[in-house]
Design a protein around this ligand. Structure first.
Ligand code: FUB
Ligand code: ZN
Length: 659
C-alpha cells in the first residue's frame, strides 16, 4: 500500500493536442528523436552494443554511453504509447535486440565494462557509472514495455537487476556499495511497480540506506584499488551526496543532477515503504533547494565547477550552470513529492522548471540543445575565454550534440512523457468520520488537474469511465475550459490547481460562480459534486505582467527584477533590444504590455514597454568619470526565456535593472 494519496494518470490515458504542448511533442517525435538516433549512431553509441571494440581501436565506448541510448529508448517507449510509429519502433527494436545480445551469461550488461575494462567490473562505484547506466536501462525497459507491450527489454533488465541484487546487499560476500551517480534507486522502484517484485524495491531501499554510512564504502573500494581515499578528485563525498546518511542531510550539496535523482529515489522509496523519516528528509531538502538554491527559471546547480550546488543564495546569472538535466531532475522530484498529499507547492516548482529551465534546453526546431542554462549571456566573454565556463561550456548558442550527451535525450524523454505530469487520481476509501450525515461514509476516488494542457485524460472513477477534456491556450492565456464526460452520473471531487503565481482566479461550473478563495486548500480548489455528462468548468487565471524580485541575499539580483507572466519567465535579447542589456533600466512605474505575436518565435506572447538606457556616447576613452551619464528612453521587448537563442545570436538578460 503506497503512502501516496495520489497516483499519476498513466501516459496511455492522456491525449495532448493543444497548440503549445501538442506542437512541442510533435517536434520531439519528428525531429528530436530522429536527430538523437542519428547522433548516437554516428558517434558509435549504438554499434558499441555489438561489443566488438578491442584495445587499440579508436573511439573506446565511454563509461556512460549506455545511458544516452537508454534515455533515447525510454523516450521512444513513451512516444509509442500514444503515437504508433513503425519506423521509430523498428529502430528501437533493432537496438533492443543488440542490447539483449550484449547481455552476459550472468546477466551483466554494460558496454564499457565488458569491452574496455572487463577486469574492473564494480571496482569504482564512486566515479564510474555502472549502476547509473543500469538504472537508465531499467527506466527504458519499463517505458518500452508500458508503451508497446513488448517485454523483451524488460526481461533483459529484470535479469540484470536480479544479478545486481545478488552482488549488492548486506549479506555474506555481498558488496555494501551504492552508486556515485544516483539513478538506479528511482529506476528500481519503477521496475518494482512494473513487475511487482519486492526484491527491486528492497534493493532501492538498500542503496539509499547505505549511502554515506561509515565505514565509508567509497573509502573501502578506493583502498581496494590501491588508492588513498583522499585522492578523490572532487575532494569530499558531498559531491555525490554521500557525505552523510541521507536522513541526516539537510542542504542540497554536490552535483545537482545526482542530487535530484537521489531525492526522487528517496521520495519513491518513502512512497512505497511509508518511511516517514525518508519523506521528512526530502521535505527538508526541498525547502533548502526551492527557498535558497534555485533560479527563478527552476534551474539548479549554479556552479559549472562540479556542476553543483554551492551555498545558499549563490545564484550568479552569466555564470549559471543550471544544467538542463538538473532542471529535468527537479521536475521528476517535484512530481513525486506532489503525489504524497497533492500539495500545490510542488506543482508550482514542477511547472516553473518545466516551462523555463527545462524547455530552454531545446531549440524551437528540436535539433539543438543547451547543456547549461545561464540567465544572462555575454557572448564576447564566452567567445574570448571559453575555458572559464566549464565542461560543455555555458554558451549563448545551442549545439546539436555534446561529447557528454546527457541532456538531449533527457529532454526527449521528459517531453515525450509529459502526459504523466498533467493529472493524478486520488484514492477513495472509507471516511474516518463518525458523522452519520457524511456522504455514504465513503470518500470517492477523485481527479487532480496539475497542469493546464489542451487535450484529455480518461479516468476510472469508482468503476466508471470519466473523460476530462481541457481546452486552453495556456501558457499564453489563463482561461481553461474543462468538459467532464462521465459514462453515467458519478460523484467525485475534481481538484483544480490554482497556481502559486496566480491571483484573482475565477471559476464557474455550468455558468455558476464558485468562490475560489474560500475553497482553496494547499493550492487546489476541490469541486465535489455529482458530475453529469457535458458538465463544463471554466477556470480563468488572470495573467498580468509581473515583476519578480529575488531575496535580498541573492547579491546578483539586487536592484533588479525579472519579468514573469503566468508560468513563464521572460528575458531581453540583443536582437530585439540592441547590445549592452545591462545598461537598460526599467522604471518602477513603466507600463508593460503583453501581446501575442503570431510570427514571433513560433507564436509567443511578447512583453513590450519603454525603459531608460544609459547613453554610451561622449565617454571618449574614460573608463570612470564623475559626470553622471545621460539616459535615453528606449522601447524594450521581452520574450519567454525558453525561446531565447532561436534567432540571431547575442546577449540575453533575465534580471533587469529597475530604477
Ligand atoms: O555523469 C552523467 C551525466 O553527465 C550527469 O548527470 C551530467 O551532469 C553529466 O555530468
Ligand atoms: Zn545533462
Amino acid at each position: 500500500m503506497s503512502a501516496r494519496e495520489l497516483t499519476p494518470l498513466s501516459l496511455d490515458r492522456v491525449e495532448i493536442n493543444g497548440p503549445f504542448w501538442g506542437h512541442r511533442q510533435a517536434v520531439n517525435r519528428e525531429v528530436t528523436l530522429r536527430a538523437e538516433y542519428q547522433h548516437c549512431k554516428e558517434t558509435g553509441r549504438i554499434d558499441a552494443w555489438k561489443l566488438d571494440w578491442e584495445p587499440g581501436m579508436p573511439n573506446p565506448p565511454h563509461h556512460f554511453w549506455d545511458s544516452d541510448v537508454a534515455k533515447w529508448l525510454e523516450a521512444v517507449g513513451y512516444t509509442l504509447a500514444t503515437h504508433p510509429d513503425e519506423e521509430l519502433k523498428a529502430r528501437a527494436d533493432e537496438v533492443i535486440d543488440m542490447i539483449a545480445e550484449a547481455q552476459q551469461d550472468d546477466g551483466y550488461l554494460n558496454i564499457h565494462f565488458t569491452t574496455v575494462e572487463p577486469r574492473n567490473r564494480w571496482a569504482n562505484l564512486r566515479d564510474m557509472h555502472e549502476l547509473y547506466c543500469a538504472g537508465h536501462l531499467m527506466e527504458a525497459a519499463v517505458a518500452y514495455y508500458e508503451g508497446t507491450g513488448d517485454r523483451q527489454l524488460l526481461d533483459v533488465l529484470c535479469r540484470y537487476a536480479d544479478y545486481i541484487d545478488s552482488v549488492f546487499g548486506p549479506g555474506e560476500g555481498q558488496k555494501r556499495g551504492y552508486p556515485g551517480h544516483e539513478e538506479i534507486e528511482l529506476a528500481l522502484v519503477k521496475l518494482y511497480r512494473a513487475t511487482g517484485k519486492a526484491r527491486y524495491l528492497d534493493l532501492a531501499t538498500f542503496f539509499i540506506d547505505e549511502r554515506g554510512r561509515q565505514p565509508h564504502y567509497f573509502d573501502i573500494e578506493a583502498r581496494r584499488r590501491g588508492e588513498g581515499p583522499g585522492d578523490y578528485r572532487f575532494g569530499t563525498y558531498d559531491y555525490a551526496q554521500a557525505h552523510l546518511p541521507v536522513r541526516e542531510q539537510t542542504t542540497a550539496e554536490g552535483h545537482a543532477v545526482r542530487a535530484m535523482y537521489l531525492y526522487s529515489g528517496m521520495a519513491d522509496v518513502a512512497a512505497e515503504t511509508g518511511d516517514d523519516s525518508l519523506l521528512a528528509a526530502c521535505e527538508r531538502l526541498w525547502e533548502n533547494v526551492t527557498q535558497r538554491r534555485m533560479y527563478v527559471t527552476g534551474g539548479v546547480g549554479s556552479s559549472s565547477h562540479g556542476e553543483r550546488f554551492t551555498i545558499d543564495y549563490d545564484l550568479p546569472n552569466d555564470l549559471a550552470y543550471a544544467e538542463t538535466c538538473a532542471a529535468i531532475g527537479l521536475v521528476f522530484w517535484a512530481h513525486r513529492m506532489l503525489q504524497f498529499e497533492g500539495d500545490g507547492r510542488y506543482a508550482d516548482v514542477m511547472e516553473r522548471a518545466l516551462y523555463n529551465g527545462v524547455l530552454s534546453g531545446v531549440s524551437l526546431k528540436g535539433d539543438k540543445f543547451f547543456y547549461a542554462n545561464p540567465l544572462e549571456a555575454i557572448p564576447a566573454l564566452y567567445e574570448a575565454r571559453p575555458d572559464l565556463f566549464g565542461r560543455d561550456a555555458i554558451s549563448y548558442t545551442r549545439q546539436g550534440w555534446f561529447s557528454c550527451a546527457c541532456c538531449p535525450p533527457n529532454l526527449a524523454r521528459l517531453i515525450a512523457s509529459l502526459g504523466q505530469y498533467i493529472y493524478s487520481e486520488s484514492e477513495g476509501g472509507e471516511s474516518q468520520s463518525d458523522s452519520p450525515k457524511e456522504y455514504a461514509a465513503h470518500i470517492p476516488e477523485g481527479i487532480y488537474v496539475h497542469l493546464y494542457v489542451g487535450g484529455s485524460g480518461t479516468f476510472d472513477v469508482d468503476g466508471r469511465e470519466v473523460v476530462l477534456s481541457q481546452e486552453t491556450r495556456y501558457p499564453w492565456e489563463g482561461e481553461v475550459t474543462i468538459t467532464v464526460q462521465p459514462e453515467a452520473r458519478v460523484r467525485f471531487p475534481l481538484a483544480l490547481r490554482i497556481p502559486g503565481w496566480s491571483r484573482g482566479a475565477t471559476l464557474q461550473v455550468n455558468g455558476q460562480p464558485v468562490d475560489v478563495a474560500s475553497q482553496l486548500e494547499r493550492g487546489y480548489v476541490k469541486l465535489e459534486r455529482v458530475w453529469e455528462p457535458g458538465d463544463r468548468v471554466v477556470l480563468d487565471l488572470p495573467m498580468p505582467v509581473e515583476r519578480v524580485e529575488a531575496h535580498p541575499s541573492v547579491a546578483e539580483d539586487c536592484g533588479r527584477v525579472a519579468i514573469q507572466r503566468g508560468p513563464l519567465v521572460y528575458c531581453l535579447e540583443q536582437v530585439d533590444n540592441g547590445p549592452n542589456l545591462r545598461g537598460i533600466v526599467l522604471p518602477a512605474d513603466a507600463e508593460l504590455q503583453a501581446t501575442f505575436k503570431e510570427g514571433l518565435l513560433g507564436g509567443v506572447v511578447a512583453i513590450e514597454g519603454e525603459a531608460k538606457r544609459r547613453d554610451r556616447g561622449q565617454w571618449d576613452n574614460a573608463l570612470y568619470r564623475t559626470v553622471p551619464s545621460a539616459s535615453e528612453t528606449v522601447p524594450i521587448r521581452a520574450i519567454p526565456y525558453y525561446a531565447w537563442a532561436n534567432r540571431e545570436p547575442g546577449e540575453m538578460l533575465v534580471w533587469i535593472r529597475q530604477g
